[in-house]
Design a protein around this ligand. Structure first.
Ligand code: IVH
Length: 670
C-alpha cells in the first residue's frame, strides 16, 4: 500500500515535470533541459504506467502525441493521424524491435529503409490536381495548425507539380532550419537584444508558427519529405523506397542519404557511420529512422496508440546535456581582452567529456542570465567549442551567484577597463605576461607568419623558459637553446629553425597581421599592405591618412597609430629588421598628389546620398586627390545634389556652379 502511494507520488511528480518541459518546448520554443533528459523522464513515466496500468490518467503526457494547435491559425483535421515514433537508444533496443517485427511477420523476409531523423517540425502538405492547397503542422497528431501561407514561403516546397499525379495526395516531411541559418538568425537576434533560440528545432518551429508570414519568409527554412499520406486516384508505388524515388522525381526534396538495407547489422553499420558524419551535415539530425520497406507489410504490422510498429527512431547520442556551472575562468587574450569561459562539472556529451565551454563576454552572460552554480544546458556542435545554451532556472536554489568581470587583470593585477563601444573588458598593461604569450602564439599561427612546428605548446615552453619574451626573440633562437628544452629532438629542432628562417620572407600583409594590432584582421592587413609599401611607411602614417579609406573608421585608425607610437613595439620592429625579417611589400609606383584623378577639384554636398554617408563621400573625394568643401563658393567645382537638398542648391544655381546627382558623382569616383 505504502509502495503504491510512493509510485503514485512519483508518477504525479513526473507528469508535472514533463508538462512543464512540454510547455517550454512546444509553446515557448525555449526548452530548459536536453532532449535526452526529457526522454529519461518520459521513459520512467512510461515504465511506471506500464507496470501500473491502473494509474494511467487520460491527461497523462504519455497519452498524447504533441501539443494542441494554436487557435489563431485555424485548425486542419488530418485525414489520417500523424503518428510519432518509438525510440531506440542502443543497438540492443534496435535488435529487440527487429526481432519483434520478424516474429510478427512470421517467415516473411523484409527490407528496411534508414533515414536521418531531422530535428525540425513535422508538416503535412496536400496537393489537389497538382496544386499545393494546404499545409499543416502535426499539432496533437489529429488536428494541426493551418500554416499554408507560411509553408508557401519555403522555396523547396513546390507550389505545383506539373506531372501526372494522383488527384489528391498528402506528403509528410520535416521543416528545418539549416545550422548556418540558425547561427545567422541568432547572431541577428543577439545584436537586437532579443532572446536567442536554444536550437535549430525551436528556431524552425518559432519561424513556421508566425502569424505574419513575411517573418517566416525571412528565415532560411528548408524541408525534407519523408513519407506519403493518404492518396486518391492514380496508384502509387508499393514500397517506401520506391515512393521516395517517385516523390523525388516529382521535384519534392528527399534526403540524399536515405539507404535501403536487408540486415540489422547493416543498419547498425549505417548508424555508426552517421554518428561520425552527422556533424558535417548542414542540418541537425537527432537519430536514424528505420522503416519497414513494404507498404503491405507496414499495413499488416499496423500501429499502436501513437506509434507505428513498422518504424523506430534510433536516437544519436545526445549533443546537448545538462550539468553544473562550477565557476567562470578568465583567459587574457593577446590584445588584452579578458575572455570568460565556463568551468563545468564534467559531462559526457555526444561521446566526448566536456568540462569547459565558451562564454563570450559579461554582457552575453547577463543576457542569458547564467549564474555561477546554475544547472546549465550545454551543447556541442561539430568542431566548435561547446557552448552554454541556457540556465535551467527551475533548478535554482537561490545560492547561485551573478558573475561580474574583475576590475583587476587575473594575470598581472593591472587595471581592467571596458571601452564603451566594445563588448570585451581589457587589461590595460601592454606588458602583461598573458598578453605577451598570446601575441607570440598569434604571430606564429597560420594566416600570420605561419611558422610550422612552433605550436601553442612550444610557444608556452619558450616563453616560460624566458627564451622568447616577444615575437622578435623567435628569430634569435639557437640550436643549443632549443636542445636545452625538454623533449626536443634534433630533427624537430632543425625543422623549427628552418621554418623560422623561411618565415622571414612572408608577404607584408602577413607581417602586418602577425604584429597583432588591435582590430587589424587579415582583411585590413591586406588593405594596409596594398596602400603602404612598408612597415616604416605604415608607422609614419597619420590618423587622417587612415581615415581616407572608406572602410577604416576612427577606432581602427586610432589603434594603428597607437600601436606604432608605443616604444615597446618600435623596439620589436627594429629587432625584426635586424634579424632579416622582410618589412616591405612589392614596390608600387608612387603617385604624386597632383596626378590623382580629382586633383584640383572641389566638391560640396547638399542633401542625403543613398549609397554613401557624408563622411564616406568626403573620404573618397580626398582619397582621389579632390577637396571636400562645406559651402558653395565660386571655387566650388561641383555641387553634389542628394535627396532633399538644402539652400546650397539655389546658391549654386545663382553662382553658376555645376550641379550633379548621386549617379554622376559615383561615376566620377569610379
Ligand atoms: S517518419 C509514422 N521519418 O520525427 C512515422 N519522421 O518522432 C512518423 N522525423 O513526427 C514519421 N525525420 O517530425 C519520420 N525521416 C523521418 C523523420 C521523421 C524526422 C520526425 C517527425 C515525426 C517525429 C517522430
Amino acid at each position: 500500500m505504502k509502495d503504491t502511494g510512493k509510485i503514485e507520488h512519483r508518477i504525479e511528480e513526473l507528469r508535472k515535470t514533463i508538462n512543464h518541459h512540454n510547455y517550454r518546448y512546444y509553446v515557448l520554443d525555449r526548452p530548459e533541459i536536453s532532449d535526452a533528459e526529457y526522454d529519461t523522464f518520459m521513459r520512467e513515466l512510461k515504465r511506471l504506467e506500464t507496470e501500473h496500468p491502473e494509474l494511467i490518467a487520460l491527461d497523462s503526457p504519455t497519452q498524447r502525441v504533441g501539443a494542441p494547435p494554436i487557435e489563431a491559425f485555424g485548425v486542419l483535421e488530418h485525414p489520417e493521424p500523424l503518428l510519432s515514433l518509438a525510440n531506440a537508444f542502443s543497438y540492443e533496443d534496435l535488435a529487440t524491435w527487429h526481432k519483434r517485427v520478424t516474429n510478427l511477420l512470421g517467415e516473411r523476409d523484409f527490407d528496411f529503409v534508414c533515414e536521418p531523423k531531422i530535428d525540425g517540425l513535422a508538416v503535412a502538405l496536400t496537393y489537389v490536381d497538382g496544386l499545393l492547397v494546404t499545409g499543416a503542422t502535426r499539432g496533437d497528431g489529429y488536428r494541426g495548425e493551418n500554416i499554408t501561407q507560411n509553408l508557401k514561403t519555403i522555396r523547396s516546397i513546390p507550389l505545383s507539380i506539373p506531372k501526372e499525379v494522383p488527384h489528391r495526395f498528402e506528403v509528410r516531411g520535416e521543416v528545418y532550419l539549416p545550422r548556418a541559418g540558425f547561427r545567422k538568425l541568432n547572431d541577428e537576434r543577439a545584436k537586437k537584444g532579443l532572446p536567442l533560440f536554444a536550437n535549430p528545432r525551436n528556431a524552425a518551429a518559432g519561424s513556421v508558427r508566425q502569424l505574419d508570414s513575411s517573418i517566416t519568409a525571412s528565415r532560411p527554412l528548408d524541408i525534407f519529405i519523408y513519407g506519403l499520406g493518404p492518396t486518391e486516384g492514380k496508384a502509387v508505388p508499393d514500397t517506401h523506397w520506391e515512393i521516395m524515388l517517385w516523390l523525388k522525381s516529382l521535384g519534392l526534396k528527399v534526403n540524399p542519404d536515405i539507404a535501403l538495407y536487408h540486415t540489422i547489422g547493416e543498419a547498425e553499420e549505417c548508424y555508426q557511420n552517421w554518428v561520425e558524419r552527422r556533424e558535417s551535415w548542414p542540418y541537425e539530425a537527432d537519430g536514424m529512422v528505420v522503416k519497414v520497406n513494404s507498404i503491405t507489410l507496414q499495413q499488416e504490422l499496423g500501429n499502436m496508440a501513437h506509434e507505428p510498429r513498422w518504424a523506430i527512431a534510433y536516437k544519436f547520442p545526445a549533443v546537448q546535456g545538462t550539468t553544473r556551472l562550477l565557476d567562470v575562468g578568465i583567459n587574457v587574450g593577446r590584445t588584452g581582452s579578458l575572455n570568460p569561459y565556463a568551468i563545468l562539472e564534467p559531462i559526457r556529451v555526444g561521446g566526448v567529456v566536456i568540462s569547459r565551454a565558451a562564454l563570450h563576454n559579461e554582457e552575453d552572460i547577463h543576457r542569458k542570465d547564467i549564474r555561477i552554480g546554475d544547472v546549465v544546458v550545454v551543447q556541442r556542435a561539430g568542431e566548435v567549442i561547446p557552448e552554454i545554451v541556457s540556465p535551467v532556472k527551475s533548478r535554482r536554489t537561490g545560492e547561485e551567484k551573478v558573475f561580474y568581470m574583475p576590475d583587476r587583470c587575473p594575470v598581472c593585477g593591472a587595471e581592467v577597463i571596458k571601452p564603451e563601444d566594445e563588448a570585451m573588458h581589457r587589461c590595460t598593461n601592454a606588458a602583461c605576461p598573458s598578453q605577451a604569450l598570446e601575441r607570440i602564439r598569434h604571430f606564429v599561427s597560420r594566416g600570420a607568419m605561419d611558422i610550422n612546428g612552433v605550436g601553442e605548446k612550444l610557444c608556452q615552453a619558450l616563453f616560460e623558459a624566458g627564451m622568447v619574451r616577444d615575437v622578435a626573440d623567435l628569430y634569435y633562437l639557437s640550436r643549443e637553446q632549443l636542445l636545452g628544452l625538454d623533449k626536443m629532438a634534433e630533427k624537430s629542432i632543425s625543422n623549427v629553425l628552418n621554418s623560422i628562417e623561411e618565415s622571414k620572407n612572408r608577404p607584408l600583409a602577413r607581417v602586418i597581421f602577425a604584429l597583432g594590432i588591435i582590430h587589424v584582421g587579415e582583411e585590413y592587413a591586406e588593405l594596409l599592405a596594398k596602400n603602404f609599401s612598408s612597415i616604416d611607411k605604415l608607422a609614419k602614417a597619420t590618423q587622417e591618412e587612415f581615415l581616407l579609406f572608406p572602410s577604416i573608421g576612427p577606432k581602427i585608425a586610432n589603434s594603428i597609430v597607437t600601436f606604432f607610437r608605443q616604444e615597446e613595439n618600435k623596439r620589436i620592429i627594429e629587432k625584426l629588421r635586424m634579424a632579416g625579417v622582410k618589412l616591405e611589400g612589392k614596390k608600387t609606383k608612387e603617385v604624386k598628389p597632383e596626378e590623382l584623378p580629382l586633383a584640383g577639384l572641389e566638391f560640396v554636398l547638399t542633401g542625403k546620398l543613398e549609397s554613401l554617408t557624408r563622411q564616406e563621400a568626403e573620404a573618397r573625394v580626398k582619397a582621389l586627390g579632390g577637396k571636400a568643401g562645406s559651402d558653395v563658393t565660386r571655387k566650388t567645382s561641383y555641387l553634389v545634389v542628394g535627396v532633399t537638398p538644402g539652400s546650397k542648391l539655389a546658391k549654386a544655381q545663382n553662382l553658376g556652379v555645376k550641379t550633379i546627382n548621386e549617379e554622376e558623382f559615383l561615376k566620377l569616383l569610379d
